[in-house]
Design a protein around this ligand. Structure first.
Ligand SMILES: Nc1ncnc2c1ncn2[C@@H]1O[C@H](COP(=O)(O)OP(=O)(O)OP(=O)(O)O)[C@@H](O)[C@H]1O
Length: 317
């Protein structure tokens, strides 16, 4: 049987701020197996960071329990902290120390010996391609380099489980892609279990073996990205007609929606259904002038589940 690295049951956090209650996390159940790379996806304010802060023992839950890397978060928080790495949002913001010294200090913090710390720091500097900047002050680095230093700091004590809270927020697309490559490589080399939060759909889609979608304090979906897309969204097919009347008649036949002369329809195997629809509609005297087909995205999944688009919310934020 696979060992579980995280098991949480009924995890709940209610904040009281200015006389108001905020139900940030509402009874979350989750399991992460050893070696998995899981993305925790959701819009701003969904409760992702609050969940991670409870799992990493930075915040006591209002209710519920969790066992993380073999220790109970309430009974043995020190045990959890010893075995996990945590990279928060903007951890190494304004450090005046050099990269290498920062890593050495972190090793000492975890009680590692001098020789072991130095060897481990050198290894991480190498695998995260920080060699060129190892003697520079952290505060002088680019956003992408700083995030790689954050990850090295989180990994210095060889944790079994690494939490990355929005690792690529604020990075340009090139630096984000570069950071993902490093995360994937590290994972392949070390087998570290990784739990990352993100509100980037493509990040969750490309990086993670499993995606948990969170909204308004609850986990509303939990599966692989292809399974979520297939089960909850389906292919999106768009058909164009010569008139709104034709489109309305066609929509009724194929089970889609018409907007002016355009029909949109969602189907599990839209690519295969398309030629059949075109034939059947032509037989009924409804000429398809143009047709497009696109596979579903995680945003379609979120839209199906919540009626809202995560992409628009992300853009608004
Ligand atoms: N210390 C706090 N006091 C009061 N409310 C809080 C506190 N921390 C978080 N919240 C609220 O809890 C909810 C969940 O916040 P959380 O930061 O967990 O969301 P998130 O999914 O991580 O969002 P983001 O993607 O913006 O980081 C939000 O409504 C937030 O305003």
């Amino acid at each position: 049987m696979t060992n579980q690295m995280i098991t949480a049951r009924g995890l709940t956090k209610t904040f009281r701020a200015k006389g108001q209650e905020v139900a940030a996390v509402q009874g979350v159940d989750l399991s992460v197996a050893e070696g998995e790379l899981v993305a925790f996806l959701g819009p701003n304010g969904a409760g992702k960071s609050t969940t991670v802060r409870m799992l990493t023992t930075l915040l006591p839950p209002t209710a519920g329990d969790a066992v993380v890397a073999g220790s109970d978060i309430r009974r043995d928080p020190a045990g959890v902290r010893r075995r996990i790495g945590y990279v928060g949002q903007g951890t190494s913001g304004g450090h005046t120390q050099r990269v290498r010294d920062e890593l050495h200090a972190q090793g000492a913090f975890y009680g590692m010996g001098r020789r072991e710390t130095r060897a481990r720091a050198a290894e991480l500097i190498d695998s995260l391609e920080l060699g060129q900047v190892a003697n520079r002050q952290v505060q002088s680095l680019s956003g992408g380099q700083k995030r790689r230093v954050d990850i090295a700091l989180g990994l210095i004590h060889r944790p079994e489980l690494l939490f990355l809270d929005e690792p690529s927020t604020g990075l340009d697309p090139h630096s984000r892609a570069n950071l993902w490559e490093h995360i994937v490589d590290l994972r392949r080399e070390t087998g570290t279990t990784i739990f990352l939060t993100t509100h980037y759909l493509d990040e969750a889609d490309q990086l993670a073996e499993r995606v948990m979608v969170m909204d308004e304090g609850r986990v509303i979906a939990d599966d692989t990205a292809p399974a979520l897309k297939q089960q909850l969204a389906g292919d999106r097919v768009t058909l164009a007609f010569g008139s709104a009347t034709d489109a309305a008649a066609a929509a009724a036949r194929v089970g889609g929606e018409s907007h002016g002369a355009i029909v949109t329809v969602t189907a599990p195997d839209g690519d295969r259904a398309l030629p059949r629809w075109i034939r059947e509609l032509a037989d009924a005297g409804l000429d398809v002038h143009a047709a497009t087909h696109r596979p579903p995205t995680l945003d379609d999944v979120f839209l199906t589940l919540t009626g809202r688009s995560l992409r628009e919310e992300g853009a608004a934020a």
